[in-house]
Design a protein around this ligand. Structure first.
Ligand code: ADP
Ligand code: ZN
Ligand code: ZN
Length: 697
């Protein structure tokens, strides 16, 4: 007898084929079975999705499947529910989400290749419990208290712990607890960017491999080769991997015995996927935890305002009271908080890169043989080249942006589309030979500091060692790790760089942190800019003060912030090291101006060769929304995006919002269906998509 299978396959977005397709099979396969099926002239991977016995297609119109990926356990109900939810919430097809969740190398294997691959996987040794449960250091009183609460199973939790308060130790203990509960249980540890924290991977390995076996810890992130990623995915899916350490993509992995999900640095914007299915791994973690009875711990020293709000006591507005807030205010050991000094740049020489007090402090820091960290969130030499005679600026011909001057290779480079050319000798418009950089980037700061440091020596008489770290000189494999190791080993005295030097590193000898041009973000159009800046500054502050010797001698450490607006309340909260004060202030503003988390938003974005086509589509969408009689959502008119053009593509967007997440969720699929049917309105549109809970507007 022939069975009907309803199979989820990957179909192009908006093709109208967003539902599973029906196929015939000699064998009845369980839901979640991976199969190969014909699709048009191709053969593709599919997932048996629902029972299709009752579908309306006459049998002779259906094609048979090619075959099943034998031996691979079917994807479980939990995973399928997660994919379904993700698709529904973020307004994508389940096929697209499933496709994104399955390792690329798996999608390309035909059945013969699959059986070979599977036997290779089976031959790799399964991890065997090797030793006894690891111990770790004695806990601080705050860590003990938090772990005692966690062991009661409360979930989801927001672990609000200062930088250096020992959150990582809490995660590792909570993982050990979950793993000890039964021999199958698995845990998932999410981090924003794995290559920025190579120590963490080593720390997790060192803790769990001696206990659970060498292959019990696997990682899942985009830096792996496709073959390695498939291997690790299989290990997680088949239960061999007990600890999965990964970036946002790992939230969609099949982990059948998942008991705990940790989201480290939960405020980090990189948890939001920015293309295709634009999901938030943090929000999916909370959903997945609730759905599978896995405990969820979100951790941060500067939580997102969403999570902070969700963990306010239930008497506050809206969705407050949903998360349990756990607090670890104290840094481990003798680690001190830096004293925060604001330097009012209005009172410094106009062309001063580093102010007088900062230079003095830097000299003193070097004399103490401590390291200094100088943060400037702009790479290149100068953000724009400019002709004083005629006003020419180094625009990118393809984007609404300037090309950045890179002195090292004398190039002008657009950081958005990659377009690069050599720096012209003279102004292309008027021939003036004296064209100059406006503003400053990390390359220029490195040059400037290099000159200044030349006259100085370390206490032992050796010359000073300066290192710059940014996306330009850490691109090649291994470069970033090598540079971080140099800083750790104390081989660097002054470290200059973009935000990547501020994140998560456990540097031990930083005596001072300097932040330049901090206020650029304060005047950005994005309402999340202050939140991001505050997080960055707190992170940067957290790098300092881990030098036990300096702390023991009562010397402490310092943070210097050069700004033109020292009176901004954000800096006051920073000086007091008071995240709650900052967060409450921001939440009040957000509530007053009707912004998230008090409002739920979605953006419709359209891209075309011209603004008029992109906006034309959005105007159609506006009319379509009104025709749906949507009274519970507010629809805003189409506008060009803040960066209207990137790589010759014009971009426009339109905001819809509602005070009720449910109302917005009810509206979106109806609207999407109307848009998908509008062949005429889509003419000339290159791409369009809905972004639910957008991270930037
Ligand atoms: P966080 O993740 O909160 O920034 P970490 O977990 O990195 O903090 O801890 C900061 C430092 O303190 C690390 O070097 C860590 O090894 C150490 N540490 C954490 N917990 C303890 C403890 N209970 N006893 C001694 N050292 C600890
Ligand atoms: Zn000119
Ligand atoms: Zn460009």
């Amino acid at each position: 007898m022939q069975h009907r299978l309803s199979v989820l396959v990957h179909t192009p977005a908006h093709s109208g084929l967003s539902q599973p397709l029906s196929y015939l099979s000699d064998e009845a396969f369980p839901l979640g079975q991976l199969v190969r099926v014909p699709l048009g002239a191709r053969e593709t991977l599919g997932v048996v999705w629902s029972s299709a016995e009752s579908d309306a297609h006459p049998e002779h119109t259906l094609r048979p499947i090619v075959g099943a990926l034998r031996d691979l356990p079917p994807l479980g109900q939990d995973w399928r529910a997660l994919i379904q939810f993700c698709a529904q919430y973020y307004q994508r097809s389940p096929g697209e989400v499933a496709w994104a969740a399955l390792p690329q190398a798996l999608r390309g294997l035909d059945l013969t290749q699959w059986s070979r691959r599977w036997s290779r996987f089976e031959r790799t040794p399964a991890p065997a419990m090797a030793g006894t449960r690891p111990q770790g250091p004695d806990l601080t009183p705050e860590q003990s208290e938090v772990l005692a609460t966690l062991s009661q199973g409360v979930s989801p939790c927001l672990l609000f712990g200062s930088t250096g308060s020992g959150k990582t130790e809490v995660y590792l203990r909570a993982c050990a607890e979950a793993l000890a509960r039964d021999a199958q249980s698995q845990v998932l540890l999410l981090v924003p960017e794995i290559n920025l924290t190579p120590q963490l991977e080593a720390r997790v390995q060192a803790r769990f491999a001696p206990w659970l076996g060498e292959h019990a810890v696997v990682s899942l992130h985009s830096g792996l080769s496709p073959a390695q990623r498939l291997q690790n995915w299989l290990a997680a899916h088949c239960g061999r991997a007990r600890v999965v350490l990964g970036t946002r993509m790992a939230i969609l992995a099949s982990i059948p015995h998942l008991r705990l999900i940790v989201v480290d640095e939960e405020h980090d914007p990189s948890y939001k996927q920015q293309e295709g299915a634009r999901y938030s791994a943090r929000d999916l973690a909370v959903w997945r935890g609730q759905h599978t009875q896995a405990q969820v711990i979100l951790g941060s020293a500067t939580p997102s305002l969403e999570s902070w709000h969700n963990s306010r006591s239930a008497s506050a507005e809206g969705e407050a009271g949903r998360y349990h807030r756990l607090h670890m205010p104290t840094r481990v050991g003798s680690a001190a908080w830096p004293r925060v000094h604001l330097v009012d740049m209005n009172h410094q020489r106009r062309d001063a890169v580093l102010s007088e007090p900062v230079l003095q402090a830097l000299e003193a820091c070097i004399a103490r043989d401590q390291q200094a960290l100088v943060l400037l969130n702009r790479r290149g030499y100068a953000p724009v080249l400019h002709c004083g005679d005629c006003g020419w600026k180094s625009d990118c011909p393809h984007c609404t942006a300037f090309r950045v001057f890179h002195k090292r290779d004398r190039s002008l480079r657009c950081h958005h589309c990659g377009f690069a050319s050599r720096v012209p000798r003279a102004c292309p418009d008027c021939g003036n030979q004296d064209i100059q950089g406006l503003g400053r980037g990390t390359e220029q700061l490195e040059e400037h500091l290099g000159q200044w440091l030349e006259g100085l020596r370390r206490p032992n008489g050796e010359p000073l060692r300066l290192l710059r770290m940014d996306a330009d000189n850490t691109r090649r494999k291994g470069e970033l790790e090598a540079q971080l190791a140099q800083v750790h080993d104390g081989a660097i005295d002054v470290l200059v760089g973009t935000q990547m030097i501020a994140k998560g590193h456990d540097f031990r000898r930083i005596g001072m942190v300097v932040v330049l041009q901090a206020d650029h973000a304060l005047y950005a159009s994005d309402y999340r800019a202050p939140e991001r800046l505050f997080a960055l500054l707190m992170q940067a502050a957290g790098r300092a003060g881990r030098d036990a010797q300096a702390n023991a001698s009562g010397q402490g450490c310092d943070m210097w912030v050069q700004t033109h607006s020292p009176q901004h309340p954000l800096f006051e909260a920073l000086q007091a090291h008071d995240f709650p004060r900052f967060a409450e202030g921001q939440l009040q503003e957000r509530a007053a101006s009707g912004l998230p988390p008090f409002m739920h938003q979605a953006l419709l974005r359209a891209e075309a060769r011209s603004q008029s086509v992109a906006q034309g589509f959005l105007q159609f969408a506006e009319t379509a929304a009104q025709a749906l009689g949507a009274t519970t959502v507010q629809i805003y008119p189409p506008v060009p995006m803040a960066m209207a053009r990137v790589a010759n593509v014009e971009r426009a967007q339109m905001l819809v919002e509602s005070a009720s997440r449910r109302h917005l969720q009810q509206f979106l699929p109806r609207w999407l269906a109307a848009l998908q049917q509008s062949r005429d309105a889509q003419r000339g549109v290159l791409r369009w998509a809905i972004d639910v809970d957008p991270q930037s507007i």
